[in-house]
Design a protein around this ligand. Structure first.
Ligand code: UDP
Length: 330
């Protein structure tokens, strides 16, 4: 079975490609390398450098390769940037998906698994969050992901297309094989930023906000290992191949940690004091996001393997220690 992975040179995309190839799938990758890295491309995957907004290019890929299903990670994903440059997000995320769907429909490719986000919910009404809860994004990134879900929905009513949308909570960690890991430029995520301190790349970690309504005043998030996310994509593709209906699933561990607890866990893992400074809140941050992933467990048979935060941080630490500049210096 041949899977087209869009954005397969990015963080979650590259981990999913490694898992797919380990399980015997043939993989074709499309990535424009705007935020992905050639070094993250699995050596056994067929790789096309190009942009999903280019219809001719996408048509040529579907014509050359016999594609059974698509896994779609090719999107911009930084909350702060999406507020400064919303049109970039509309162009890359929405226009890109529109062109992709036109090309898929024209080439009769009828299955797609799509990376969505907890940012589609905005400030939650209930904790843990279930898939039927209100979606009211508080940033442009979440808004475009929600619109992408709706684009899949309406297209699936008009054409023979089925989709699974996976709403991730906080993706983190690195592949235990040590070959791939998290690398963003600029880095904005908590765990890689914390680990820059013991890696001598940063003097302290900033804690954004200490007056949230949580047990220690700092934001609570649900941290989920990237390999567990990768497995969920494979299960979602199997579900579609078995005739499953279009659906949306949350993916998280169902356990929340405060920013201070994450810093503490990183101190234990790295045995470094990791100084922290409490600063102003970051705009647009909801205070608590915790997933209910019961639906993914029940319907897809998903079983996350990395439940312990320290184990997750340990995989990240091994990657960052060995690759302090990500893929850049290699
Ligand atoms: N955060 C922080 N300091 C940092 C980066 C992030 O305190 O240098 C906080 C952020 O405010 C949020 C949590 O850590 O509450 C997780 O942020 P991240 O950007 O990793 O993921 P998000 O939850 O925004 O998707």
């Amino acid at each position: 079975m041949r899977i087209l992975v869009l954005g397969g040179a990015g963080y979650i995309g590259s981990h999913t490609v490694y898992e797919l190839i380990d399980e015997g799938y043939e993989v074709v990758i499309v990535d424009n390398l705007q935020t992905g890295f050639r070094k993250a491309v699995h050596p056994e995957a067929v790789f096309y450098e190009g942009d999903i907004r280019n219809r001719k290019f996408m048509d040529s890929v579907f014509e050359k390769e016999h594609i059974d299903g698509v896994i779609h990670f090719a999107a911009s994903s930084q909350v702060g940037e999406s507020m400064r440059d919303p049109l970039k997000y509309y162009s890359n995320n929405l226009c890109g998906t529109e062109v992709l769907l036109e090309s898929m429909v024209a080439h009769h490719v009828d299955k797609i698994v799509f990376s969505s986000t907890a940012a589609t919910y905005g400030e939650p009404e209930n904790i843990p969050i279930v898939e039927t809860d209100r979606t009211l994004p508080t940033n442009c990134y979440g808004e475009t992901k929600l619109s992408m879900e709706k684009m899949f929905h309406w297209t699936s009513l008009a054409h023979p297309l089925r989709f699974v949308s996976l709403r991730y909570f906080n993706a983190c960690g690195a592949h235990p094989n040590g070959k791939i890991g998290e690398a963003h430029n600029p880095e904005t995520h908590l765990i890689p930023l914390i680990l820059q301190v013991p890696n001598n790349q940063r003097e302290y970690i900033s804690i954004f906000g200490n007056d949230y309504d949580t047990k220690d005043g700092t934001c609570v998030r649900d941290y989920i290992h990237v390999n567990d996310l990768a497995q969920a994509h494979i299960l979602a593709m199997k579900y579609l191949c078995d005739g499953g209906e279009s659906s949306i699933f949350n993916l998280g561990n169902g356990v929340g940690f405060t920013v201070k607890e994450v810093v503490e866990a990183a101190r234990r893992v790295t045995k470094h004091p990791i100084p922290a400074k409490e600063e102003e809140r970051r705009a647009g941050d909801p205070s608590t996001l915790i997933a209910s992933s019961e639906k993914a467990k029940r319907v897809l048979g998903w079983k996350p393997q990395y439940a312990e935060l320290e184990t997750i941080i340990d995989t990240a630490w091994k990657w960052h220690k060995a690759h302090p500049d990500g893929y850049q210096a290699e």
